[in-house]
Design a protein around this ligand. Sequence first.
Ligand code: SF4
Ligand code: SF4
Length: 130
Amino acid sequence: MGQVPRSIHPCQSCGACCASFRVAFHWWQAEPGGVPLALTQDLDPQNKVMKGTERKHRPRCVALSGEIGISVSCAIYENRPTPCRRFTASYENGVREPRCDEARLRHGLKPLTKSDFKEPAELINSAADL
Ligand code: SF4
Ligand code: SF4
C-alpha cells in the first residue's frame, strides 16, 4: 500500500498488495522510531520481513486490518517500511503499475484504471462531454 493522501483512495478499499508479496527491508528500518520490531521477523542477518508476508501460501501482513477488497488500513502507516512507501497504485501517478494489477487480480479485484483517480467533479464533466 503506497500513498493514501485522498479521503477516498482506492487503496483504502483494497489492501491486496499487503497480502500478496513478501515485504522485506534492511534491519535498520525496524525500531527505534521505525517499523515495530514485534511485527517483523528475521529474513537473514541483514534483512527483516513483515510478519505474515514471508508465507508462500496466502501471505498477509500482520499490520493489515480489515477485509481485502472492502475496507482496510495499515496499523503502522506512518512507520511502514520502504517497500510499502514505494509501492504505487496503478494510475495513481498516471501510469500502469503491473504489481498493483497482479496483486488485485490475485484477490479477485479488477485492475485500477485512470478513472479511479478522477475527482468526482471530473467524472461528472467527463459524463457531460459524452
Ligand atoms: S494493490 Fe494497488 S490498489 Fe491495492 S492497496 Fe496495493 S497499491 Fe493500492
Ligand atoms: S506494513 Fe502496512 S502497508 Fe506495508 S504490507 Fe503491512 S499493512 Fe501493508
